[in-house]
Design a protein around this ligand. Structure first.
Ligand code: RIB
Ligand code: CA
Length: 305
C-alpha cells in the first residue's frame, strides 16, 4: 500500500489526480492539502472538498498557503475556469470539510510521525513544501519520496520559458529542488504528451457512476478551454504523478540536478537540468507508457461511486 499526502491547487487536471488516487486500491490517501495556484485558496479548497466527497474519500483536508513565498500571486484560471473547476455542479456536501489545523503544520506532524513511509504528491506551486522544510528541515529527508508536477526543459506554458507551477512560486521550487529530498519531477516535456482525445472522452461519457460523470463534466470544460485557446487536446499533467506510484517502471527517467531561475525577469521560474553523478539530484520523467496510464484511469473511475 502506497501511503500518500496530496498537495493540490485543484483545477481540472488536479481533479483527475484526486480521482486516480481515490480509485486505485494500491493507494491510501492519508491527507490532502489545498494550496493557492490555479485559482485562489478559497476556490482550490472548495474544489478539493467537492471532488473528494464525490469520490467518497473521508481523509482529512487542510488549508495550505494562500500566497507564494515572495512574488505576487499569479493564476491559471483561463485553462480551468473562473472557479478553477468549471463544468461540474455539486450538491451540498454531507461529510467533507476543512480541518482547523494549518496544512503546513499537519504536513510536518504527519511526516515526522511516519518517517520514510509517506510519499508526497505535489501538483501545484511548491509553497507548502517549502514552508514545511523551512519550519523543520528534517522533513525533506523524512519523506519516502516527493513526486512533483512542474517545470519545463523546453517551451513553457505560462511564459515562453516557465511552466505554471514553478512560475507561480520560483523561490519555493528552488528551495524544494535543492533540499536533498528524494524527488521525482514530471515536467511539461513529459506531461504535455498525455492528452485526452474526443474519442476517449466520448467513451467515458457512455459509462455510469457519479465520479465518472463529474470527471466527464470537468474534462468537457477542460477540452473547451484548450480548444478556445487553439492548444489542441487537454493535457493530463497532474495525474501522471499518481500513476508513477503504481509502477515506476512504466516511466522513463533521467537523474540530474534541477535549477530554478529566481531572478525576476524574462526567464523568472525557468527550470534548467544540470548533469550530475552525485546524490541529491532529481529523477526527471522523460516518457510514460500512455496506454497503461489510461488503463489506470479506467480502473480508478470504475472503482469509484
Ligand atoms: O503547468 C501545469 C500545472 O499547472 C498543473 O498542475 C495544472 O493544474 C496547473 O496547476
Ligand atoms: Ca495543479
Amino acid at each position: 500500500m502506497e501511503r500518500i499526502i496530496l498537495d493540490v491547487d485543484t483545477g481540472l487536471d488536479d481533479a483527475v489526480a484526486l480521482f486516480l488516487a481515490a480509485g486505485l486500491d494500491e493507494i491510501s490517501i492519508e491527507a490532502v492539502i489545498a494550496t493557492a495556484g490555479n485559482v485562489g485558496l478559497d476556490n482550490t479548497l472548495e474544489n478539493t472538498l467537492n471532488i473528494l466527497e464525490t469520490a467518497g474519500v473521508k481523509c482529512p483536508v487542510y488549508k495550505g498557503a494562500d500566497k507564494p513565498l515572495v512574488r505576487n500571486p499569479v493564476q491559471a484560471g483561463d485553462f480551468h475556469g473562473k472557479s478553477g473547476l468549471d463544468g461540474p455542479v455539486f450538491a451540498p456536501r454531507k461529510f467533507q470539510h476543512a480541518q482547523e489545523e494549518d496544512g503546513i503544520e499537519a504536513l510536518v506532524r504527519m511526516v515526522r510521525k511516519n518517517p520514510h513511509q509517506l510519499s508526497i504528491v505535489s501538483v501545484g506551486p511548491l509553497t507548502d513544501l517549502a514552508l514545511a522544510f523551512r519550519k523543520d528541515p528534517s522533513v525533506a529527508l523524512l519523506c519516502k519520496q516527493i513526486v512533483v508536477m512542474g517545470g519545463s526543459f523546453s517551451q513553457g506554458n505560462v511564459t515562453e520559458h516557465a511552466e505554471f507551477n514553478t512560475f507561480a512560486d520560483p523561490e519555493a521550487a528552488s528551495l524544494v529542488f535543492s533540499s536533498g529530498a528524494k524527488l521525482v519531477l514530471f515536467p511539461l516535456d513529459c506531461t504535455r504528451r498525455v492528452t485526452l482525445s474526443p474519442t476517449r472522452l466520448a467513451d467515458f461519457q457512455r459509462r455510469q457512476g457519479l465520479s465518472t460523470a463529474v470527471f466527464c463534466a470537468c474534462m468537457e470544460s477542460y477540452t473547451a478551454n484548450y480548444t478556445k485557446r487553439g492548444q489542441g487536446e487537454p493535457q493530463m499533467h497532474d495525474p501522471l504523478c499518481v500513476a508513477y506510484l503504481i509502477d515506476p517502471s512504466k516511466v522513463e527517467t533521467e537523474h540530474c540536478r534541477v535549477a530554478v531561475d529566481t531572478d525576476p525577469g524574462r526567464t523568472y521560474g525557468k527550470t534548467t537540468k544540470i548533469p550530475t553523478d552525485s546524490d541529491g539530484g532529481v529523477l526527471v520523467a522523460k516518457d510514460i507508457d500512455i496506454p497503461w496510464f489510461w488503463s489506470l484511469v479506467d480502473r480508478a473511475l470504475a472503482n469509484l461511486p
